[in-house]
Write a protein that binds this ligand. Sequence first.
Ligand code: PMP
Length: 326
Amino acid sequence: MTTHREPLDSVLDTVGETPLVRVQASPDEVPVYAKLESFNPGASIKDRIGRYMLEAMLDDGTLPEGGTVVEPTAGNTGIGFAVAAGQLDVDAVFVVPERFSVEKQQLMRALGAEVINTPTADGMGGAIDRAHQLAEELDDAVVPQQFSNPLNVEAHYETTGPEVYEALGDRVGAVVAGCGTAGTLMGMAQYAREQHPDTYVAAVEPEGSLYRTLVGRDVEEGEYKTEGIGTHEPATNELFDPELVDDVLSFSDRDIHTEMQRLAREEGQLVASSAAANSLAAREVARRAVDGEIELPGDAVVTVFADSSERYLSKGVYGDFEAWQG
Ligand code: PMP
């Protein structure tokens, strides 16, 4: 699938239609395919919601023309919104917990956005509260609320999901994705289940995250270095629908780190930790299918590689595990 060869008017026209590439380490009988989301203009999967949500909110008047978006974000969403906001004449303010990568915050500023940090100890909940406070203080300001806005899911239902089917058709047997807001997985899963009601759906999180508690598992909460996926607070998992999910797979930071190195060295894939977690999970789903533990309605397992490792080089993603700062 190669697109975007025609001359385009705006960088927003390059959002989506990302390549779908086989994970070489997956079994021949049940191959894993990953959408390479760093091919988006802001270099992550969040460009999809940036464009989709802002256009939808401008269309229905939720966001006044020339208004301001104020969004709590770990970073990629900020970049995605900032790319779209700049082209759609909207101002952007982002509230980012301190622990997230400085590269992302620099890019948001370069795109013309304002960045406000909140203490790491206050978690994403602290950033969400601060964003709402700021929006009240500003004229014509709206909080898109990626963590609870159904437009986040819709963006993937309308773009990521259909793109996968354009490439693979009824070969799609399973959809696997790490959950931050869960927008990616929910949108892809809804679309996939409409194509085939038995499509296997697996969520992915690092050990220490609490998505498994939402499917009735007992989980020990903890810290992790993997960036962009996982949940600790109800305010960050409102979009997750356990009814749509067959399993939630979790991996240790150490295994994720090892997979991140392997993907670069063996597969030429410069992808970040959430992509490595997705790769491990999708390969595990493929293994289960090969071993007859689960039955898939098609032979292919689909996942996403949400962003590139380049965004995290300063955190030592390619150094020793102990030195990796999540
Ligand atoms: N990977 C990375 C690197 C991300 O930034 C995010 C978004 N937080 C995700 C995965 C998860 O995507 P979603 O919010 O759609 O669940």
